[in-house]
Design a binder for this molecule. Structure first.
Ligand SMILES: *[C@@H]1O[C@H](CO)[C@@H](O)[C@H](O)[C@H]1NC(C)=O
Ligand SMILES: *[C@@H]1O[C@H](CO)[C@@H](O)[C@H](O)[C@H]1NC(C)=O
Ligand SMILES: *[C@@H]1O[C@H](CO)[C@@H](O)[C@H](O)[C@H]1NC(C)=O
Ligand SMILES: *[C@@H]1O[C@H](CO)[C@@H](O)[C@H](O)[C@H]1NC(C)=O
Ligand SMILES: *[C@@H]1O[C@H](CO)[C@@H](O)[C@H](O)[C@H]1NC(C)=O
Ligand SMILES: *[C@@H]1O[C@H](CO)[C@@H](O)[C@H](O)[C@H]1NC(C)=O
Length: 308
């Protein structure tokens, strides 16, 4: 009896081992045009070590940082992250020749320079674009507005200059991160019509008004505007979006006072320090940290010292 069961188990094991393993590479055999484009990108980037796996001996859907659609082998994702700082090249314009691209991330390529090429307008399926911690410079191109499916745009930690293009507000977006660049000028009013969930413009030199992001029927949850030159009357903001739970306005030139709207229970993180605010902090913020309010012109009342 015991011998029989061992025999059966052995047979089962042998059958299992001999079954052909399902071949993934066959399922998403890389599209030849996409393979060629990726090899051109690799060449443009100077054949860096981090792209060593990008080689014809392996199906391109298996290369590091590359994902394809299962059936057609079209490249949908390109992710290039580098900690070793070895790529010194212009932005590869060949990126525009990946017509099925949905997600592109180029992160920590600190010697990648030049501008965002206009070939980007061909990436009509692009849903998410992250170019962060590079040396890309020049303006944030207004042609990015042609990418109607672009919901997530992260261009933080680069060297972009000029103002935020008005056209970025023409289509819906969810996330817009532009922090730590050298952006100047006013934020275009058009951005007030976009149903953002997260916006980060911190650490630039932006000026003017932010009131287009406030109001009761907005969807914004996280809004980081600290360390800029924003200058407007906060008294006029008497309604905040119910969705808003993180608002950081510190280190600007914002004046006026805090309306009762700022004591909303949904607002978990608020920082208005280092501005030019005055008047009494509204009821309901007594438990907040005083560093959220300090260094203003004449803001007073708990958690700051009492008003005189
Ligand atoms: C940089 O890339 C070159 C080849 O392009 C390679 O010889 C060198 O070892 C790399 N350096 C680092 C730090 O990875
Ligand atoms: C980028 O570099 C920073 C510091 O060198 C590191 O903390 C971070 O994890 C890197 N990010 C990626 C996506 O490689
Ligand atoms: C934001 O959402 C509202 C309501 O759903 C919609 O009417 C409006 O068109 C959206 N805005 C954009 C820029 O798509
Ligand atoms: C939001 O409010 C503004 C003015 O208060 C109004 O013009 C707009 O139609 C509202 N949008 C939605 C989606 O309700
Ligand atoms: C700010 O707005 C409030 C309310 O509209 C107004 O009373 C106040 O005079 C304004 N402050 C300045 C400096 O314009
Ligand atoms: C508010 O911002 C100031 C200035 O950046 C900072 O020193 C302080 O710690 C912040 N407070 C909170 C509660 O985040």
């Amino acid at each position: 009896m015991k011998n029989l069961s061992i025999f059966i188990i052995s047979i089962l094991l042998i059958i299992l081992i001999c079954l052909p393993t399902p071949s993934l590479s066959k399922q998403n055999a890389c599209n030849k045009n996409d393979e060629k484009t990726l090899l051109n990108i690799k060449k443009s980037l100077g054949n860096p070590n981090i792209l060593a796996s990008w080689h014809k001996t392996l199906d391109c859907c298996q290369w590091d940082g590359i994902y394809c659609t299962l059936n057609t082998g079209r490249v949908t994702d390109v992710n290039i992250f580098s900690a070793s700082d070895n790529i010194s090249a212009q932005f590869p314009p060949e990126i525009g020749d990946l017509p099925y691209l949905q997600n592109l991330a180029l992160i920590n390529l600190t010697n990648l320079y030049g501008q965002i090429p206009s070939s980007f307008t061909k990436l009509t399926r692009l849903n998410s674009l992250a170019i962060t911690s590079t040396s890309l410079s020049g303006p944030i191109p207004s042609f990015l507005s042609e990418l109607k499916n672009l919901m997530f745009l992260d261009l933080s930690y680069n060297k972009f200059t000029g103002s935020i293009p008005e056209s970025l507000g023409w289509f819906n977006r969810q996330v817009l991160y532009l922090s730590n660049n050298r952006l100047t000028g006013n934020v275009p009013k058009s951005l007030g019509y976009v149903n953002f969930t997260k916006v980060d413009f911190s650490e630039n030199q932006l000026t003017g008004d932010l009131s287009m992001f406030f109001g009761s029927n907005k969807t914004i949850r996280v809004a980081h505007f600290f360390r800029n030159h924003f200058q407007f009357n906060l008294s006029e903001v008497d309604e905040l979006p119910e969705s808003l739970w993180d608002l950081q306005l510190d280190h600007n030139k914002i004046y006026g006072s805090l309306s009762a709207a700022f004591a909303s229970e949904s607002l978990q993180y608020l920082n208005v320090s280092y501005n030019r605010l005055c008047g009494k902090i509204p009821q309901g913020l007594q438990k907040a940290d005083e560093t959220s309010f300090f260094h203003n012109r004449c803001l007073c009342g708990s958690p700051l010292p009492a008003c005189s």
